[in-house]
Design a binder for this molecule. Structure first.
Ligand SMILES: Cc1cc2nc3c(=O)[nH]c(=O)nc-3n(C[C@H](O)[C@H](O)[C@H](O)COP(=O)(O)O)c2cc1C
Length: 185
């Protein structure tokens, strides 16, 4: 497999970017996400992938509800805030207007095109991200928008490198079970 060709193919798709937020036990988390898609029409479902290196991933292990914020070309600063720093080191929500849902999920007022979802499955298939598929429980929009895409970002170094994940496959990772997260992450 030629990784360079794979990278070129993937960057040619020029993904739209979202910010996924969540909360557990009064702690809020969120990160910039490029791996995501609608995954069912009826019922309406949405899927996204979280890096095992991220604070948001660790919080997702303790939460059921997430907000998916669809960024627009006006949201470059928001992408930088949620994509280039880790919630381990900074409070990414500080100074932002936030509404909290009844499930405790932080909604970013400045990013009004969004859905709130409830997770159905979390699957660790041995890659450096885990997939979360979720049922859409509420939707909000201000109308159509031009999405912020990978190509608008330039070279934004992520707050966490994927290689930082706690458990690495070469360190004896077991095959995942379908539909569930393996205990060894
Ligand atoms: C363009 C871009 C796309 C990204 N896509 C994802 C993604 O799909 N899933 C993910 O978990 N992290 C993704 N990240 C990385 C996180 O947003 C980043 O490491 C963030 O700082 C993690 O914050 P946290 O540790 O507070 O969760 C992406 C970063 C960038 C710059």
């Amino acid at each position: 497999m030629n990784e360079e060709v794979f990278d070129d193919l993937m960057s040619s798709t020029d993904s739209a970017l979202i910010v996924v937020t969540t909360a557990a036990e009064n702690e809020q988390a969120g990160c910039l996400v490029g791996f995501h898609s609608q995954s069912s029409m009826s019922p309406a479902q949405y899927g996204f992938w979280l890096s095992k290196a991220n604070h948001t991933y660790r919080m997702s292990l303790r939460s059921k509800h997430f907000a998916v914020h669809f960024l627009t070309t006006d949201d470059l600063a928001m992408a930088q805030r949620f994509g280039a720093r880790s919630g381990e080191d900074v409070d990414k929500f500080r100074g932002l207007d936030v509404i909290t849902t009844e499930q405790g999920v932080p909604l970013l007022t400045a990013v009004p095109n969004r859905i709130v979802v409830e997770s159905i499955t979390m699957l660790d298939d041995g890659g450096d991200h885990v997939s979360i598929t979720a049922r859409v429980i509420s939707t909000e929009t201000t109308g159509s928008f031009v999405p912020l895409r990978l190509s608008h970002l330039g070279d934004l170094p992520a707050g966490h490198d994927n290689a930082e994940r706690a458990i690495h496959p070469s360190a004896g990772h077991r095959a995942p079970r379908q539909g569930g997260l393996t205990a060894d992450g």
